[in-house]
Ligand binder design. Structure first.
Ligand code: HPA
Ligand code: ZN
Length: 347
């Protein structure tokens, strides 16, 4: 009974998500649909084969990304970008996500001869129509692929300039090894002139993770860190993250072989330390954790979080978002009203 009550509470909770890659939301069914439409010779021919390949991929960031990009390469047309974005907003509605910030990776597409316009126009229109249909607010974050050159990142910034109003911020993702944040110092500096907000991935347990987080703070001047869990190893860094009120977008995802959501102990320590930490799904179609409601339920149970804690995480997400102050306040008010009705007093 108690658990069912929690299940209902989490299901209906108004949610925000700040760390999700649009290219990581392709369901097996969507993959087959796009492969057929684009007449692509894809190695996996059925839902079963796609799911098997997903389960067999090598653990770790590189193994994940190698498989991820094989799948992402099926996306080709503006209609593809439109459809995956529209479908993500349908998923948001199903999960009671009222606000979402979505990463996209233009360089992976433009280096396959897909025009930047095709990518941004498809995603933007999908976001507008999805927002209209499902009542979900969404903003877009353009990621720099960190294994690519600094020149390529500058080129992407230039391509994005006519579309500045469609993109809220800049991120940094993909293969982290040998690609530290400082590599993109000049790019972030230039992007500052364009008025973007800044975040960057510091993935879990990478070589020099802690150093990378420091670089994000001191060189890139981010106001968010994606993942960032290794900060727990450096008390001085933890204090600095707290002092600057940096939002951490952690992703306690899991694969079928994991006994529990990844990194939940370290995430709990970071939460208890009082950082502005949030819970996110990263690439929901590519992990067994799936979308946010499912992830929150499992994390709540395995970490023994109370309703208060779950509301607190969600408040952090609205607070750490790149919405205006008044929009944040409106969303937080709705969240706290919901909490109060369910006997959770956040005051
Ligand atoms: N980490 C880094 N880069 C990515 C990811 C991720 O989880 N998903 C898509 N690009
Ligand atoms: Zn990510």
């Amino acid at each position: 009974m108690a658990f069912n009550n929690m299940e209902e509470f989490i299901t209906n909770l108004p949610k925000a998500e700040l760390h999700i890659h649009i290219e990581g939301t392709l369901s097996s069914e969507m993959i087959l649909k796009i492969v057929t439409r684009n007449k692509i010779d894809f190695p996996y021919k059925s839902v079963k084969e796609i799911n098997k390949a997903l389960a067999m991929r090598i653990p770790g960031l590189k193994g994940f990304l190698d498989h991820h990009y094989l799948v992402v390469s099926i996306i080709q047309t503006q209609a593809d970008f439109y459809e995956i974005t529209y479908e993500l907003l349908r998923k948001c509605k199903e999960n009671n996500i009222v606000y979402i910030e979505i990463f996209f990776d233009p360089q992976f597409h433009t280096t396959r001869e897909i025009p930047f316009e095709t990518v941004i126009n498809g995603i933007h229109q999908g976001r507008l129509d999805g927002s209209g249909t499902f009542g979900v607010e969404a903003n877009l974050i353009m990621c720099i692929n960190r294994e690519r050159s600094v020149e390529s990142a500058f080129e992407m910034l230039a391509q994005a300039r006519p579309h500045r109003d469609k993109i809220i911020g800049i991120g940094l993702d993909s293969y982290e090894e040998k690609n530290p944040p400082r590599k993109f110092a000049e790019v972030y500096l230039r992007a500052q002139e364009d008025g973007y907000r800044f975040t960057a991935h510091c993935d879990v347990d990478q070589v020099n993770s802690v150093e990378h987080i420091w670089e994000c703070l001191d060189i890139l001047k981010v106001d968010r860190i994606d993942h960032g869990i290794n900060s727990i190893e450096d008390p001085k860094l933890m204090k600095e993250l707290k002092r600057r009120n940096i939002c951490m977008t952690t992703c306690p995802i899991w694969r079928s072989t994991d006994p529990e959501p990844q990194d939940i102990r370290r995430i709990k320590n970071i939460y208890e330390f009082g950082l502005l930490v949030t819970l996110n799904t990263d690439d929901p179609a590519e992990f067994d954790s799936g979308y946010l409601t499912n992830l929150l339920m499992e994390v709540q149970e395995k970490s023994d979080y109370s309703k208060f804690d779950i509301v607190h995480f969600m408040k952090n997400a609205f607070e750490g978002s790149w919405l205006s102050r008044s929009a944040k306040d409106d969303y937080i008010k709705s969240l706290l009203d919901y909490a109060a009705v369910h006997g959770v007093n956040m005051a």
